[in-house]
Write a protein that binds this ligand. Structure first.
Ligand code: MG
Length: 289
């Protein structure tokens, strides 16, 4: 098959690209605002002496800047959906778009390794779409999202959905500044999928167990999946859906709406939450060294 890539395939990982910027003398974060959202210079002491932790901390700060710009400067509600390829992320977002009021202006940033398949589906729903082909990268990072934002009219948007690349490992280290990070797993991934990916669950705000309509056919124990979520991330709200048939979407949509309202009235809670997840992410890196 002959694919047209929006961006050339590259071996460079996000860390390679950040190192390139550092070595070239450029500010690695662009016009980063050190004191935005209360993240002063002293806030990244966990990264001292560890270049990889430093770099991850810089990505986290870049995500905070994105958050500040999109959520606060433009007043857009941002939800990120992540999870394995085939978990149903695209279908879930489609269902949320279909049920949105006519006057809600929606944009979607679609991350996929290659191709326009998901972007085409969203365009057919009449929303604004920025397609990001990551080539050999297994996740979006704040720089890729920043580039994609240039294709969207931020003054017009009310809601921005970000669909991450299908992957259950790499996105944990790369927050994108969303008010809600929603991890989608499906019954077809095996009912042990949750316990196999604790770090990603701990890096997210909400969980969806999708394809519940075919759980019996694949012998998946949905109660086990849900109890694994409560064990790994006790505060995490979990929603059972069949995105294909539109079941279970009311609760998920209600949660997202509430998340937007809570965020608007309690920005400090968001900042505390992201600081928690930043330190968690750095710990995660250490355990693999
Ligand atoms: Mg998809």
């Amino acid at each position: 098959m002959n694919y047209t890539l929006r961006q050339p395939l590259s071996d460079a990982t996000p860390i390679d690209r950040l190192l390139d910027r550092l070595l070239s003398g450029a500010d690695p974060l662009g016009p980063a605002q050190a004191h935005r959202m209360g993240h002063g210079d002293g806030d990244h002491e966990h990264g001292e002496g560890d270049p990889e932790a430093d770099i991850l901390a810089q990505f986290a700060e870049q995500a905070d800047d994105l958050h500040e710009r999109v959520v606060h400067d433009h007043g857009i509600f941002v939800a990120e959906f992540l999870g394995a390829t085939g978990s149903g992320k695209t279908r879930l977002i489609e269902r949320l778009i279909e049920r949105a009021p006519d006057d809600e202006e929606i944009g979607v940033i679609v991350g996929d390794v290659a191709g326009e398949d998901d972007a085409t589906r969203f365009r057919e729903l009449g929303v604004s779409v920025a397609n990001v082909n990551t080539g050999k990268e297994c996740h979006l990072d704040p720089g890729l999202v920043e580039d994609a934002l240039a294709e969207l009219d931020l003054d017009a948007l009310d809601t921005l959905y970000i669909e991450n690349v299908g992957n259950m490992v790499c996105p944990a280290d790369f927050p994108l500044g969303a008010q809600a990070r929603v991890l989608v797993v499906s019954a077809t991934e095996g009912d042990d999928v949750v316990r196999k990916h604790p770090l990603l669950f701990q890096a997210c705000d909400g969980a969806v167990i999708n394809k519940v309509d075919i759980a019996d056919a694949v012998n998946a124990d949905l109660d086990l999946m849900e109890s694994d979520v409560s064990e790994i991330a006790p505060e995490m709200p979990t929603f059972r859906t069949s995105a294909e048939h539109g079941d279970g979407l009311d609760d998920l949509a209600g949660y997202l709406e509430e998340r937007g309202h809570v965020h608007a009235s309690d920005h400090e809670a968001y900042v505390a939450g992201t600081e928690h997840s930043h330190s968690h992410e750095v710990e995660h890196t250490h355990t693999h060294e």
